[in-house]
Design a protein around this ligand. Structure first.
Ligand code: GUN
Ligand code: ZN
Length: 424
C-alpha cells in the first residue's frame, strides 16, 4: 500500500552553489507519495490526497519532509571512542583509534558496534553513510549485514594498512588486494550495498599496497575508492618523508591509479594549487568533515571548491565529535564563516543531501525527493525545543524557519526517519 506523507516539503532542482536559493523547491503544504520503496509523486497536499484516497496518510503538520541525510565519510568502528580528549591526528590515531580498531578482530564486537552505530545515526535522520571498516573482513560483513537488515543504502570497505600501524592492524599488499576483492564480490550490488576500495591513507600504506589497490580499482572501475588527503600539516610532512618520490600528497595516490572519477578524498584542507587543479581535472570528490576538522584541530576547508568539484558533507565519526548531520551543517557554517564565506541554509541542506549523494555518484537514486528516487526521507520538527521555537517566531521565509534547527537542532528535531519506503 502507498503512503502519503504530508508537511512542508523541501527538495532541489539544481545546485545552490550555482543558483543560490532558487535551486530549492519548497512546498508549504506539500506531500510525498511513496510506494514500494520509491517516491511516486511530490506536490500539493490536497491534490495528492484527492488523487490517492487509498494511500495511508501520515500528517506531519508543519514539520519539514526532506531527503534523508547522507554522511559521506565515517568510521563506524570509532563509535565508542567519539569525543576522546586532547590529541591531534597522529597521536589520536595511535592512542585512541588503533586500540579500538583492534577490538574488531572479534566479530561479535563488530556486530554490536555496527548495530549501535546504525541505531544512533538513523535516530538523527541519516539514511546513508559511506564508512571505513577496520582491517578485519568481519568488520565489513558486520556493517553490511546490519544495513541490509534495515534496508539501508550503505557504502563501506575494508580499511587497508601495511605499515605504521600496530601488529594486528596490518595486512600486506597481496592480502589487502585479496581480502578487498573477496568482500567486493560478496557484497557489492547486493540489495542496496556498495563496496568501496579503502586504503586508509598514504602514511599507513606502502606504494606497493596503494598500487595493489589501484590495480583492483582498475578491475572494478564502477566502484568508489575512498581515502584521506591533506588533513593536518604534520601528516603532510610525514607523507613527504615516507613517499620522497611524490610531487605532493595527491601524487602518492595519482601515481598508483587512485585518482579519477569515483575517488572520495576526506578532509582535503591543505591543498597545493597543483593538487586542486588535478582534483578538478580528474572529476574527484572531496568530503568536508567540519566537526572533525575543528575537534582534531586540522584546519578550515575551502568551500569555494564546491563550485568546481563534487563536495560532500560528513561527520567523520569518531574524529568528528557528533553523529548528527544537523550539527555537522552548523559546523560547516561556522568553518566557512571563519574563512569569510557565509553559506546559505539551502547550501548547507543541499550539502547534507544532494551534495553528499553527488560525491558518492548516487544523485540519481538518493539525496533528493523526486519521482523515481528511493524513498529515504527525514521528517524534521522545526520547533523541537523552546529555544528553537522562540527563534523561529518571526520567520518570514522557510530558510528563517530552518536555520535555527540547523544551528541548534539535535535528535529531538527528528520526527521520523523513513528508509526504503518504510518508517523506522
Ligand atoms: N586519517 C587516517 N585515518 C584517519 C581516521 O581514522 N580519522 C581521521 N580523522 N583521519 C584519518
Ligand atoms: Zn576519516
Amino acid at each position: 500500500m502507498a503512503d502519503l506523507l504530508c508537511g512542508q516539503v523541501l527538495s532541489f532542482s539544481g545546485d545552490p552553489f550555482e543558483m543560490g536559493e532558487a535551486a530549492a523547491r519548497h512546498l508549504a503544504q506539500g506531500a510525498v507519495l511513496i510506494d514500494q520503496g520509491k517516491v511516486v509523486a511530490v506536490g500539493d497536499a490536497s491534490a495528492l490526497r484527492a488523487a490517492h484516497p487509498l494511500a495511508k496518510l501520515h500528517d506531519y503538520g508543519r514539520a519539514l519532509i526532506s531527503a534523508g541525510f547522507i554522511d559521506a565519510h565515517v568510521h563506524y568502528p570509532q563509535t565508542a571512542i567519539i569525543a576522546s580528549w586532547g590529541k591531534r591526528l597522529i597521536d589520536w590515531l595511535n592512542l585512541y583509534t588503533f586500540p579500538e580498531e583492534m577490538r574488531f578482530c572479534d566479530p561479535a564486537y563488530a556486530k554490536d558496534i555496527a548495530e549501535r552505530y546504525l541505531d544512533l545515526i538513523t535516530a538523527r535522520g541519516t539514511t546513508t553513510v559511506c564508512s571505513y571498516a577496520t582491517i578485519h573482513p568481519a568488520s565489513v560483513d558486520a556493517i553490511f549485514t546490519a544495513a541490509q537488515t534495515r534496508g539501508m543504502r550503505l557504502y563501506a570497505g575494508k580499511t587497508c594498512m601495511d605499515r605504521n600501524a600496530p601488529e594486528g592492524l596490518r595486512d600486506t599488499p597481496q592480502r589487502a588486494y585479496d581480502e578487498s576483492k573477496a568482500l567486493l564480490n560478496r557484497w557489492d550490488g547486493v540489495d542496496r550495498l556498495s563496496y568501496v576500495i579503502t586504503p586508509r591513507f598514504s602514511p599507513t600504506s606502502t606504494p606497493e599496497q596503494l598500487a595493489a589497490l589501484g590495480g583492483l580499482w582498475a578491475e572494478y572501475p564502477d566502484c568508489l575508492m575512498q581515502t584521506h588527503l591533506s588533513e593536518q600539516t604534520d601528516e603532510i610532512e610525514w607523507v613527504h618523508a615516507l613517499h620522497p618520490q611524490a610531487r605532493d600528497y595527491l601524487d602518492t595516490y595519482e601515481t598508483q591509479g587512485l585518482l579519477r572519477e569515483g575517488a572520495l578524498y576526506g578532509h582535503a584542507i591543505h591543498l597545493t594549487e597543483r593538487e586542486k587543479a588535478r582534483l578538478i581535472e580528474a572529476g574527484a570528490s572531496l568530503v568536508h568533515c567540519p566537526t572533525s576538522n575543528t575537534f582534531i584541530g586540522s584546519g578550515l576547508f575551502d568551500m569555494g571548491l564546491a563550485r568546481h568539484l563534487r563536495v560532500g558533507l560528513a561527520t567523520d565519526t569518531g574524529g568528528g565529535s557528533n553523529f548528527s548531520m544537523l550539527h555537522t551543517m552548523a559546523a560547516a557554517y561556522e568553518v566557512a564563516q571563519l574563512r569569510g564565506q557565509s553559506l546559505h541554509p539551502a547550501q548547507l541542506w543541499w550539502l547534507a543531501t544532494q551534495g553528499s549523494a553527488r560525491a558518492l555518484r548516487a544523485e540519481e537514486r538518493i539525496g533528493n525527493i523526486a519521482p523515481g528516487m528511493e524513498a529515504d526521507l527525514v521528517v524534521v520538527d522545526l520547533v523541537s525545543t523552546p529555544a528553537i521555537e522562540q527563534a523561529t517566531r518571526r520567520a518570514e521565509t522557510i530558510w528563517q524557519q530552518i536555520f535555527p534547527t540547523i544551528m541548534m537542532g539535535d535528535d529531538r528535531a527528528i520526527a521520523a526517519t523513513w528508509i526504503n519506503g518504510r518508517k523506522l
